[in-house]
Design a protein. Sequence first.
Length: 140
Amino acid sequence: METTITENEQIDTTSRMTTEKKMEVYYTLREGLQMIDLMEQDEIDKVLTPEILAQVESIRIKWKDTKESMTNDIATLESEIKADVLAKKETINSANVMAVWVKGRTSWDGKLLEGMAKLEPKLLAAKKEGEPTVSIRFTK
């Protein structure tokens, strides 16, 4: 007999897991997805005959120089655009692209300021603390 789990039941199940367990389930699912991608590509490779693969490679070679040249042109233009925007210190718009100028961030030596705040507590009024964030990284 097959058991189905509704979305609410799945959420309820994961809500009872520890964070570490959720992380391991997350890792397992990502690994499984990568395996499925490999199996899918293996099946595709089995139906592609050597003749078809040779034609595909011929097409790739045909367009290789053009793509490399365009990629270099794009990189050069991007560098020039960024230099222009930095020199003008303003965002520049065209019909399809916006090069956004962003003022440099100001940072302060937190340890030094906290030490100074002990002498002058009014300095703490200027302290702003952002919301914490989470990034997921994989250990190897």
